[in-house]
Design a protein around this ligand. Sequence first.
Ligand code: ATP
Ligand code: MG
Length: 221
Amino acid sequence: MNVVVFASRKGGSGKSSLAAHLGSYMAENARPTLLIDADPQGSLALWHRIRGSQDLALHMGTKHLTATLAKARRAGAEWVLIDTPPNADAPVAEAIWHADLVVIPMRPGLFDVDAVQATIKVCRELKKPYAVVINAAPAKNGSEDPMVADARGAMRVLDIPTWGGQITHRPELSLSLAHGAGVNESHFGSAGSEEIGSLWRALTKSFDAMKAMSGTQAQSA
Ligand SMILES: Nc1ncnc2c1ncn2[C@@H]1O[C@H](COP(=O)(O)OP(=O)(O)OP(=O)(O)O)[C@@H](O)[C@H]1O
Ligand SMILES: [Mg+2]
């Protein structure tokens, strides 16, 4: 079971959006998935309610997280996506503690680059793998937009693992959520759907690599 936590102290960076789009991608690919909305704002739960479908399970709140994850494992969940509020307080740290991978969405901008560091500090303290995902970026125009290149450069200097792709700022990404869908469902084959698809492939690859590594460590122990 792969537990992915979406975390960033910065409000509006795209935590709930990425959790919902990836959740819908998983539903479409028939991957048993549990969504956990650990944010009292309840954005992911709202999207799930509008969706009105049973293809994704939902749990709300951070209470009994250990028991909830154990139950999901027993029920055969393959993925657990945990959305968290925009802070680095104890409940977020608790969610991160349960993570196999922390996805930190970041808009390209000075304040955003600065804000992710509080979340990264928690990941580092808890020794959890994490990666920044550049979200709501200006579209590529042949090459990467200077804002994205700048943000990427800052991540490199700070030695922060950053996904090589980007999720561009696209109306269909927010429009689809308003209908309880993911962009892959409402705008299949669109550029936004392709980007979410490559993020999903990158996540899958990271988990495969982590599993291969832990297998090797177990063998050599
Ligand atoms: N790539 C994108 N393209 C277009 N709109 C986006 C994109 N990413 C996020 N948004 C929009 O930006 C707003 C904030 O996104 P979202 O709610 O996912 O962020 P969040 O990190 O969960 O916020 P909070 O910290 O308040 O929980 C939403 O209106 C969402 O639709
Ligand atoms: Mg949110």
